[in-house]
Design a protein around this ligand. Sequence first.
Ligand SMILES: CC(C)(COP(=O)(O)OP(=O)(O)OC[C@H]1O[C@@H](n2cnc3c(N)ncnc32)[C@H](O)[C@@H]1OP(=O)(O)O)[C@@H](O)C(=O)NCCC(=O)NCCS
Length: 156
Amino acid sequence: MSAPLLRKARIQDVKAIHGLLLRPGEGDGLVLPRSFNQLYSHLRDFFVAVDRETDEVLGCCALCICWDDLAEVRSLMVRREYRGQGLGRLLVDACLSEAVTIGIFRVFVLTNQEAFFRKMGFAEAAKDALPQKVWADCVNCPHFPDCDETAMVMEL
Ligand SMILES: CC(C)(COP(=O)(O)OP(=O)(O)OC[C@H]1O[C@@H](n2cnc3c(N)ncnc32)[C@H](O)[C@@H]1OP(=O)(O)O)[C@@H](O)C(=O)NCCC(=O)NCCS
């Protein structure tokens, strides 16, 4: 594989992102699948890591704006065979950098991957410290109402 390239997602990536988030065994239920409708309407939130030569999508991550001072890292997924090569960090860093660019200095994630996000600089936070608006999507989650995810926050 040539060195991966990190870039904003394009419309041509949507099918690959959809497949990646749905692929059996990739997410092990740790990432919510997203519908085509959600992906098209939130495409501008997404970064992808791609193979520089083939443009194949190797991983994805989205920064979703919640409010005037808060954004969420969502849909982080790296294809199993490309893990452990720094792509997860690259994708999260791209989201954090974009948050700063647009003037948002507080980013959170709901995750079961606490150790990974601690490495990225996030810290555990009480779920009720996040505004109610954050929970709007929870009703669509297969785990609702028995949420097993940890809220983690990064101040930038
Ligand atoms: C979590 C995930 C995105 C990490 O991607 P990755 O490309 O393997 O991560 P990186 O190679 O960039 O790792 C960066 C650092 O985190 C560490 N790390 C990676 N995965 C880790 C994990 N599950 N637990 C603890 N540390 C982890 C790496 O060792 C590396 O540490 P270093 O900088 O000290 O060398 C990937 O495992 C994945 O897609 N998992 C399934 C989907 C998922 O759980 N997404 C998160 C939903 S919120």
